[in-house]
Design a protein around this ligand. Structure first.
Ligand code: CA
Length: 426
């Protein structure tokens, strides 16, 4: 309601209206109430905030936003005293890689033999803690180790940037201002809580913190003090960090005793349109369709819902994933990430390498080629999304329609030969 009301009432040019609406969104994200939004003074303050000429001015203008979120003057001064923006943070977020990493390389890098060995050693070393976490939260110990291994290489790469400074830079300018603002408020709350000192509050350039790389809002929602020293210390306490991750997964739907998924074999003539996270059915129903575990003896929890994933199309490995895979996606919504976690957990637990091979000879598309692909799909009347070169569900659905019409396996998978086919016009 406030969006329309505010843009109309101000009755300026449309561009200003849009900008103002963005500011309102920013204010909402920062936890301002609608009443506060309606205050003209508050709004003009926010308008100045977005247009802040200098970082110093930004810090001054951000104060009322922080105050409304419950931050004390003392905390604010401590956080921002002598603070300068970190331009490296901006450079990192502006980076848009021309080439995407193939899913197999992404997974191989994260499920390296070195990491598997380290994970197995830590499985023994922290056996007592992991058992306690399994008891309390129901989350599989190998999954906790895998997330720890992938997020920070078991604590070796937790990130050394000052979190308040990184987030203040992102909130100040660039294309992730909303994120920066929202996380900055959360980071100030953490600082105010006394869980960690200002200098101890380090993380990645985007503000992911500690052993398992929680962003501040996730920390506020899910971090726990498992070792009971009075502080939720995900930076220095392995117990707190792994317990926080277990708590997060449990609250995001992790079910005790259920595997994240299996590598599977699909029957001949499998309808690839059934793959993807939109087509769930019970494990036993997949079995009826001829889906079998690739290496495991049998499925279990067969009444549970599951989904088929083909991360590299019909010629690569296939996976059947459960609701626990979805819980991992809450951590990071990339399927490749969740698969890497699942596979690393499987290997740490003593499981074998994949049975199927990845189509490593495939050439993937560059960003400009992906945009070309989207334009050609649109010309064929199959695609109505944006031309930004990101292969999401809409593009995949369009690719499937093209493949069906061309008599190809409709797996929605995009590579150079598919683009060639489109260029030739089926
Ligand atoms: Ca603690």
């Amino acid at each position: 309601m406030s969006f329309l009301w505010l843009t109309r009432r101000n009755g300026r040019s449309r561009r200003q209206g849009t900008r103002r609406a963005l500011l309102v969104a920013l204010a909402l994200l920062c936890g301002l109430s609608e009443g506060a939004l309606a205050e003209r003074a508050g709004l003009s303050g926010l308008a100045r905030l977005s247009a802040a000429a200098s970082f110093k001015q930004f810090i001054d203008e951000f104060w009322p936003v922080a105050r409304r979120a419950g931050i004390s003057r003392k905390t604010y001064r401590r956080a921002f005293s002598g603070l300068e923006p970190d331009w490296e943070v901006l450079a990192r977020q502006e980076k848009q890689p021309e080439f995407t990493t193939p899913v197999w390389r992404y997974i191989e890098r994260r499920v390296s033999s070195e990491r598997i060995a380290k994970g197995r050693a830590l499985l023994r070393k922290h056996a007592r803690l992991l058992r306690a976490l399994e008891l309390k939260y129901g989350v599989d110990r190998h999954i906790l180790l895998a997330i720890w291994g992938i997020e920070s290489n078991f604590g070796a790469h937790k990130g050394r940037k000052a979190v308040i400074r990184s987030l203040a830079t992102l909130a100040y300018t660039g294309r992730r201002q909303k994120y920066g603002c929202n996380q900055l408020i959360a980071a100030l709350k953490i600082l105010q809580s006394g869980d960690i000192t200002l200098t101890g509050m380090t993380g990645s350039w985007a503000g992911a913190m500690g052993h398992t790389q929680f962003i501040p809002t996730t920390y506020l929602g899910y971090a726990v003090d498992f070792d009971r020293d009075g502080r939720r210390d995900i930076w220095n306490s392995i117990s707190d960090a792994l317990a926080s991750t277990a708590n997060y997964l449990a609250k995001r739907g992790w079910r005790r005793g259920l595997p994240w998924g299996w590598e599977v074999r699909l029957p001949k003539g499998f309808n690839y349109a059934l793959a993807g996270m939109h087509h769930g059915r019970r494990i036993r129903d997949w079995e009826r369709l001829g889906v079998r575990p690739a290496a495991a003896k049998r499925f279990y929890a067969r009444h549970e819902k599951a989904w088929i994933l083909l991360p590299a199309g019909s010629r690569g490995p296939a996976f059947l994933v459960t609701r626990n895979f979805r819980a991992i996606l809450a951590y990071n919504q990339s399927h490749a990430y969740a698969l890497a976690v699942g596979r690393l957990a499987h290997r740490i637990a003593g499981g074998r390498p994949l049975v199927a091979r990845w189509p490593v000879q495939d050439r993937l598309l560059t960003r400009s080629e992906r945009i070309e692909l989207q334009k050609m799909l649109a010309r064929e009347g199959l695609y109505r999304g944006a031309f930004e070169g990101h292969i999401g569900p809409k593009t995949r659905a369009a690719v499937r329609r093209f493949q069906q019409a061309a008599g190809l396996p409709a797996d929605g998978y995009v590579n150079a030969s598919l683009l060639e086919r489109l260029r030739r016009g089926r």
